[in-house]
Structures are given as structure tokens and as C-alpha cells.
Design a protein around this ligand. Structure first.
Ligand SMILES: Cc1cc2nc3c(=O)[nH]c(=O)nc-3n(C[C@H](O)[C@H](O)[C@H](O)COP(=O)(O)O)c2cc1C
Length: 351
């Protein structure tokens, strides 16, 4: 199936702008998810049916340890089809307190030779109320975990100072928590495409945000989506603040902002807008996962993400200390069979 994807379907799809392809895929996936026969077909082609590889992390059991990362399904439209592709869960979002159109297009630019996508979406999503309504109406597939990534509304009308940012995060968090939507929550503090920048990736502002978050009574795990371009000393400071505020885990990490990490930097758009996904994230994120596990032991759940294109890449993340892995770009470049291949490899060599 993957040879077919790489040799035929991908070549065809890559003729079209990625924003449009993504919209069509989401619509098709949402539609297919509603039809039992379609789900069965996808499961027959892509589902994992090998030995039990379920894993319980922070009290949540994942059928497989491979998740779809935040950003591919910001509005929670794919929850019924993703289990058929071998995913044990997904991180929906990032969702914001208010609907958000995102940045000027193009939101996505493929850098095929670099195996990377320039992401300049700027947190386009329908807002937390629409997400709660959507998820409440959609019957869940048993065993498929839903994490929800929360970010700050990316528009000047929602305010620009740190206090309005905190109010925005808290509004989404409280609403989701009260509606009991989502199995875990991730606070995305590291979106490189927000016009206010990464306000909460500084120790002072993160401490302020988390002191408000911890005042909300929540029984579900809370994670932080971490940046991968900051020095280790600053990363450690953020982790220390996370510990003080009872944060259970970290998703390592977000997009790479350093265009020098591209193998073919000449392919990048000239105005360099947006963070890089895929291969340019791989080594950086694995290194930070390793350091975090070495220094903090089992204190944090670690979700490893960035540049997973093969089962070996995923195993490298597990070996570095990840409890679970997430991906997006690998599925786009290598095909949806990648998830099953990772699960099969994991079943033979559980770390
Ligand atoms: C199209 C796209 C949109 C993304 N949007 C978000 C987002 O809204 N929130 C977030 O935390 N990360 C977002 N990301 C980052 C991914 O979750 C992930 O951290 C990054 O792409 C590295 O993984 P990959 O190499 O498997 O793509 C986005 C990535 C892509 C490709």
C-alpha cells in the first residue's frame, strides 16, 4: 500500500497546493469515519492487528503508542477514522478560546527534498465552543484516546498582553474541563506562528500561566508542548516551573524555527515565514527527549514528536525516553501505512 502511495497517489497529490489537499483529506476522512463499511476497509488496509501493544500512561490506556500530533485535525473531525489507521489516539487542536482564521495564506508549503513542511497556519480553528459541540455530538470509538491542545487566540482583538493570553487559555481549559471533553490536555506554549510570539515559553510568564491553570480543579493529565529551539538551560527552567505546578508531562516538541537545519535551505520560501516540520525536527527533539529523561528520570511523561518517517525513527524516540510518539509529516510523506509499520516494529521490540 505504501509503495502505491509513494509512487502514485503522493505524486498526484503533491501536484496540488497542500492547503487544498489537507482540506480534501479532512473532508474525506470525516465522511469515511461516519460509515462503518469505510472504516472496515481502512482497517483492513491500514489497521494494526498484531500482538497487544497497548500502553497505560498517566492512567490512560492507548491501544497503540502512536498518536496523530496537534495541528492536522484542529477541529476534531477525524476521531472516527484515525483508529482505522493504527493510531492509538490523537491530539486535537490547537484550539483557542475564540474562532481564529489563521495567518495569511499559504498556510503550508512543502519542501519535498527536505522532507519538511513550512507551517504558517497561525492556529486556524473554529474555536473551543465549536470543538466541544462537535466532540459531544460524535460517538467515540472505544480505546481511541483524545488529547486536546490549547493555545492562545491568534488575533489582535483577543488582546496582546500576557494577562489577556492567560485569560484566553483559562477560558478554553475551563470550558473543556467542565464539558468533560478530552482525555488529556496539552498547553501549547510554543507555536512559532502566533503574532504575539511565544509569550509563555519564558520562565516568568509560564509560571504565571501555570499558577492560574492549577487553580482549576482538573483530574485529567496536563502536558506542555515544548519549543525545541531554546538553549537547554532555558528548557530546564521551564521544566522546573512545570514541576512546581504539578504538570504531568511534556510533548517534545514543536516546529523547528531554524532554517539553517534544512538540508536544502535554498528551497525555503524567501520570506521565511513559518516553522519547519519533519526531518529538520528529528535530531533536535530526540536530543532534548534524551536530556529530559536523563535529568528528570520518571518525573515527566514524555511524548516524542518530530521527524518520525520510519519505524526506526520512532524506536529512536522510545529509546531516548519517550513514552508515546506523535507524528504528522511522516504520514504525509511516507503514507498512512507508516503507523502500522511502527506498531509492528514496536510489537517485536518493545523498549
Ligand atoms: C500542518 C501542521 C499544523 C500544525 N499545527 C500545530 C498546532 O496547532 N499546535 C501544535 O502544538 N503543533 C502544531 N504543529 C506541530 C506538530 O504537532 C509537530 O509538533 C511537528 O509537525 C513535528 O512533527 P512531524 O515532524 O511529525 O510533523 C503543526 C504541524 C503541522 C505539519
Amino acid at each position: 500500500m505504501d509503495v502505491l502511495y509513494r509512487c502514485a497517489l503522493k505524486r498526484f497529490l503533491f501536484l496540488f497546493p497542500p492547503d487544498g489537499v489537507h482540506a480534501v483529506f479532512t473532508a474525506v476522512g470525516e465522511f469515511a469515519g461516519r460509515i462503518r463499511g469505510a472504516r472496515k476497509l481502512f482497517t483492513a488496509a491500514y489497521g494494526y492487528s498484531g500482538p497487544d501493544i497497548s500502553k497505560t500512561v498517566d492512567g490512560i490506556t492507548y491501544r497503540t503508542p502512536v498518536l496523530l500530533s496537534a495541528g492536522f485535525d484542529p477541529d476534531g473531525r477525524l476521531t472516527r477514522i484515525l483508529p482505522s489507521l493504527g493510531f492509538g489516539g490523537e491530539e486535537i487542536g490547537s484550539v483557542t478560546a475564540h474562532p481564529c482564521k489563521g495567518n495569511l495564506r499559504p498556510h503550508l508549503t512543502r519542501l519535498a527534498r527536505n522532507k519538511s513542511i513550512v507551517v504558517y497556519k497561525g492556529l486556524r480553528n473554529r474555536g473551543v465552543d465549536a470543538l466541544i459541540s462537535k466532540l459531544s455530538r460524535t460517538p467515540r470509538i472505544p480505546g481511541f484516546v483524545i488529547g486536546i491542545s490549547i493555545a492562545r487566540t491568534n488575533s489582535p482583538e483577543a488582546g496582546t498582553d500576557s494577562q489577556s493570553g492567560i485569560t484566553d487559555y483559562i477560558e478554553s481549559f475551563k470550558k473543556l474541563n467542565e464539558a468533560e471533553v478530552g482525555d488529556y490536555y496539552t498547553l501549547n506554549i510554543s507555536c512559532p506562528n502566533a503574532f504575539t510570539g511565544e509569550t509563555f515559553a519564558t520562565p516568568e510568564n509560564l509560571a504565571k500561566l501555570l499558577s492560574h491553570i492549577r487553580q482549576v480543579s482538573c483530574t485529567k493529565p496536563i502536558y506542555l508542548k515544548m519549543p525545541i529551539n531554546i538553549p537547554w538551560e532555558q528548557f530546564e527552567k521551564l521544566l522546573d516551573i512545570a514541576i512546581k505546578n504539578d504538570i504531568q508531562g511534556v510533548v517534545i516538541g514543536n516546529l523547528n524555527k531554524n532554517y539553517a537545519d534544512l538540508k536544502h535551505p535554498e528551497d525555503a520560501p524567501r520570506d521565511f515565514r513559518g516553522g519547519l516540520s519533519g526531518v529538520p525536527c528529528r535530531a533536535l527533539s530526540t536530543e532534548i527527549i534524551r536530556k529530559t529523561r536523563e535529568k528528570y528520570g520518571k518525573r515527566f511523561t514524555i511524548i516524542g514528536v518530530g521527524g518520525i518517517f520510519t519505524p526506526e525513527d520512532a524506536m529512536e524516540k522510545f529509546a531516548a525516553g519517550a513514552d508515546l510518539v506523535q507524528l504528522i509529516s511522516g504520514m504525509i510523506f511516507e503514507g498512512p501505512g507508516l503507523i502500522k509499520a511502527i506498531c509492528e516494529r514496536y510489537s517485536r521490540q518493545k523498549p
